[in-house]
Design a binder for this molecule. Structure first.
Ligand SMILES: *Cc1c(COP(=O)(O)O)cnc(C)c1O
Length: 413
């Protein structure tokens, strides 16, 4: 058993918590810009889209790579009254950063961590009768009241009581001495598919389960089910609350979904040219010599690699399927392809007959002039989902937070 005070000492990695921007003159020449104005606009767009439902942003996984502390504080400042995370450690990072609003931990708590939830006024998820009893016992022992949301499984087969057994969990919650059930929630398995009949069936199961409260003349707790895809495409699933993750950061779970609820990218990813060389015809680039120049060409090196989350398969190599890589990067408004495998810390780019100088800005994700590279492009090029690409940008990459007002001009760049 670990007690709450011991756990509190184990704080998240310092770089995850960074509140102070690195001095621009000293900063690593690979970084992510985080546009907090875009975050605000996306939040406003989601609020308009869901009309009366409350928006509870999801900031798990370091706010999808955007930095949990700064994103949490920005959302609190924008008037959000609750955010959700996956794990209690993420909730503690938010409390340490100064968040005083509600925090709902979506994952199930292990018993030894329940005191942490109680000590920091965090909202627990009760996905089973056993867990609910553990929460109740811990709250009684601590002389406090636990706040919980009950989790109903309507087809995901992940955590949660099956909808056809939900009555047992609801009835048990009425017997708890020290648990206040503030919400009941479920999660869609297929809200991003072309055919929404499966999602509609899940929603029906959820409604059926919730009829327990009406049948017993009890007030229904706050109901929530929709993540980004269902927020965009299934208005009847908005219920009392919605839980937007990826769409809040301006990335669509699938391209079709962007049209239903347009938001703008919050993150852009940049680097700088640190080396220029002329590669002769017949010379090969990088580990495994997977790319050979068929004529003399110019190749630049960037100080970014797969340890930063710029996937190895974004380069050229035999692992690629027809729809994949190599990635393009933007230099001076023009796209240029990565050549060779991406290394752990460095990436080579073929600029052909183009010119580039050490210190030139290179955009890995974002806009230069009329050209744009999106997280979805990167995901397609390396055969991953946009979720993996975003959450895979490692802590080694500094995040720089921008607001137009702070710069005293119309542009955040
Ligand atoms: C991650 C998660 C979300 C957010 O999902 P997005 O698709 O990013 O919007 C919502 N609810 C639960 C339970 C989650 O695990």
């Amino acid at each position: 058993m670990t007690d709450a005070s011991q756990m509190r000492l184990r704080e998240p990695d310092a770089s995850e918590m960074r509140l102070r921007e690195p001095d621009a003159s000293e900063m690593r020449p690979t970084w992510c810009d985080i546009d907090l104005d875009a975050l605000d606009r996306n939040l406003a767009a989601i609020r308009r889209h869901v009309a009366g439902a409350e928006v509870v942003p999801v900031v798990k996984a370091n706010a999808y790579g955007h930095g949990i502390a700064r994103i949490g504080l920005a959302l609190q400042a924008a008037g959000v009254s609750c955010v959700s995370v996956a794990y209690v450690e993420e909730a503690l990072a938010l409390r340490s950063a100064g968040l005083t609003i509600d925090i709902h931990v979506l994952g199930g708590a292990v018993e030894r961590q329940i005191p942490l939830f109680l000590a920091h006024d965090l909202i627990l998820t009760a996905p089973s009768i056993d867990k609910l009893r553990q929460i109740d016992d811990a709250a009684v022992a601590a002389g406090t009241t636990a706040r919980a949301h009950l989790k109903i499984d309507t087809g995901m087969e992940r955590i949660g009581v099956h909808h056809y057994n939900a009555e047992g969990l609801f009835a048990e919650s009425l017997r708890c001495r020290s648990v206040r059930v503030e919400g009941v929630f479920s999660h869609f398995a297929n809200a991003d598919s072309g055919d929404l009949s499966d999602a509609r069936r899940q929603l029906d199961y959820f409604s059926e389960a919730l009829s327990f409260y009406e049948r017993h003349s009890l007030p229904t707790p706050v109901r929530h089910m929709a993540a980004s895809a269902a927020i965009a495409r299934l208005p009847e699933a908005h219920l009392d609350r919605v839980r937007p993750g990826i769409v809040l950061y301006g990335v669509a779970p699938k391209p079709e979904i962007a049209a239903a609820l347009p938001t703008e990218p919050v993150l852009s990813w940049h680097s700088e040219v640190v080396y220029f060389k002329v590669v002769p015809r017949g010379a090969s680039v990088g580990y495994g010599s997977t790319w050979t120049a068929d004529r003399q060409t110019r190749v630049i090196t960037l100080p970014v690699g797969y340890a930063d989350g710029y996937a190895r398969s974004l380069g050229t190599g035999p692992q690629q399927g027809p729809a994949q890589g190599p990635a393009n990067v933007l230099i001076d408004g023009a796209p240029h392809p990565v050549v060779g495998h991406v290394c752990m810390d460095q990436t080579m780019v073929n600029i052909g007959d183009g010119s580039a100088y050490n210190g030139d800005r290179v955009t890995l994700v974002g806009r230069q002039g009329d050209e744009r590279v999106t997280i979805t492009d990167l995901a397609d090029w390396c055969g991953r989902s946009p979720y993996e690409v975003l959450t895979g940008i490692s802590l080694r990459v500094p995040r720089v937070y921008r607001r137009a007002e702070a710069l005293g001009c119309g542009s955040a760049r």
